[in-house]
Design a protein around this ligand. Structure first.
Ligand SMILES: [Zn+2]
Length: 129
C-alpha cells in the first residue's frame, strides 16, 4: 500500500498526499524549515512561470468551416512552438471543435432541406405522401 501523509486535517480526515521520502508528512505538512523554504521557492517559481507564459491572443470570429480549420491550425502551431500553455491550447481546441460540429450540422441540415425541396418539386402532386 502506498505511504500516506500522517497529518490529520481540520475535517478529521488524514491528508491524502504522499509523504516525503525521509518523512512521515508531505511537503505541505512537514514542519522542517528547510522543507518549507523549498516549498516557498517552488511556489514562487511556479507563479513566475505562469505569468511569463500567459498568452495574449487576439479575438477570433469563426463563422465557416474554413475559419474553424484555420483556428485549429493556428492553435496547433502555437502549441508546437510552445507559445501557449497546453491547458490554453486544449481549451481552444475543445471550443473550436464544438463550433466545427455546429457548422457541419448546419451545413448538412441546409443540404437536406434543399434535397427535400428538390424532391417535392419533381414529384407529381398525386404521389406525395
Ligand atoms: Zn500532508
Amino acid at each position: 500500500m502506498a505511504r500516506q501523509c500522517e497529518e490529520i486535517l481540520a475535517d478529521g480526515e488524514r491528508c491524502r498526499c504522499i509523504p516525503l521520502r525521509d518523512s512521515a508528512r508531505c511537503i505541505n505538512h512537514d514542519p522542517r524549515p528547510e522543507i518549507q523554504a523549498i516549498k516557498a521557492e517552488a511556489m514562487s517559481k511556479g507563479g513566475k512561470v505562469l505569468k511569463r507564459v500567459r498568452p495574449n491572443l487576439p479575438p477570433v470570429e469563426i463563422k465557416t468551416v474554413q475559419d474553424a480549420i484555420g483556428a485549429l491550425n493556428e492553435t496547433i502551431n502555437l502549441l508546437r512552438k510552445d507559445k501557449i500553455p497546453a491547458r490554453t491550447g486544449s481549451a481552444i481546441i475543445a471550443g473550436v471543435s464544438q463550433i466545427f460540429k455546429g457548422l457541419e450540422y448546419a451545413e448538412l441540415n441546409n443540404r437536406m432541406e434543399r434535397l427535400e425541396k428538390a424532391v417535392l418539386e419533381t414529384r407529381p402532386i398525386s404521389r406525395r405522401v
